[in-house]
Write a protein that binds this ligand. Structure first.
Ligand code: PAF
Length: 309
């Protein structure tokens, strides 16, 4: 595996690959890699000849300096995992190169950021869109892979790529889940044992909403009540939002249809967890018994307060 820090070198390697008639698949990450990233890397491998993974903890998408500082990092373990996965290039750009002195350009995808995470994390998606645009220009991939867990993010990236005519195909990787259904995320490492024991309730709540949908219920307020009842059985959660949205407009709807997505953000101790499902697909998975996890949350487990790592 080549480790590349220079943007010019990265661009040169991509251009060489493409002029040799090969394709470049790209997985942008912020590191602290887990099985969810591995599944995206394998998808990139299926979609392209040469796989590039970037690790860059992007300062402009964090809402607080503390969150940026506390974001978990472990470059050595990440490097070993990428080597084992047969990744061709690990791209590690420096913040000073990504954002050169006096950088004044921002990419804003309007409309799609009004609800869900966009409503609670001002500036977050501008930071994401700006860095993804910059990374696409640095890596020059044919295909870029993003995880479905960050549903609003991938919709924003798709719109940006379409509107600004980036010549790249965006591929969506399914949400990778733990046995209890918890969506894999680098932030999960900051949950203490008691929090981790109940964290699967977030997925169980989405599944409960989907089950109501599967029974024929279309009223979003009823679907939301079913999901909220489920999450309230687990101690320690503070729900930030629970919405059912149209997936293209990312706007809440009153009545769900077969494309509607139920999305949630909830705090558990120091960690903000997010997740989402397409209600119709999840209803089917629950009925057919193919949905991951969704075991009962361990009700009445005490959550100690701590400041996290
Ligand atoms: O999903 C992430 O890890 C980040 O938001 C991304 C896409 C790497 C941009 O910093």
């Amino acid at each position: 595996m080549k480790i590349v820090r220079s943007i010019a070198k990265m661009q040169e390697l991509s251009r060489q690959t493409r002029s040799a008639g090969l394709t470049v698949g790209f997985v942008p990450t912020m590191g602290y890699l887990h099985d969810g990233h591995v599944s995206l890397i394998r998808l990139a491998r299926e979609s392209a000849n040469v796989v590039v993974v970037s690790i860059f903890v992007n300062p402009t998408q964090f809402n607080s300096a503390d969150d940026f500082t506390n974001y978990p990092r472990d470059e050595k373990t990440d490097e070993a995992l990428l080597e084992e996965e047969g990744v061709d290039i690990l791209f590690l750009p420096d913040a000073a190169d990504v954002y050169p002195q006096g950088a004044a350009t921002r990419v804003a995808v309007s409309g799609l950021t009004d609800y869900l995470c966009g409503a609670f994390r001002p500036g977050h998606f501008e930071g994401v869109a700006t860095v993804v645009a910059a990374l696409l220009n640095m890596v020059l991939p044919d295909v870029a892979v993003f995880g479905r867990k960050d549903f609003q993010q991938i919709q924003i990236v798709r719109r940006m790529v379409r509107d600004l005519h980036f010549g790249v195909t965006i591929v969506e990787g399914a949400t990778s889940r733990e046995r209890d259904g918890l969506a894999r995320s680098s932030r999960n490492a900051r949950l203490c044992a008691a929090e981790r024991a109940v964290a699967g309730a977030i997925y169980a709540a989405l599944s409960a909403g989907a089950q109501e949908y599967g029974r024929g219920q279309r009223s979003v307020s009823v679907l939301k009540q079913a999901a909220l009842r489920r999450i309230e059985q687990a101690p320690g959660f503070r729900v930030e939002y629970l919405e059912v949205v149209d997936p293209d407009a990312i706007k809440p709807v009153d009545n769900a249809d077969e494309r509607s997505v139920m999305a949630i953000a909830a705090w558990l101790g120091p960690v903000r967890l997010i997740d989402n499902v397409t209600l119709a697909d999840q209803a089917l998975a629950v009925t057919e018994g193919t949905s991951t996890g969704a075991q009962s949350p361990a009700a009445n487990t005490a959550i100690p307060t701590h400041s996290g790592v």
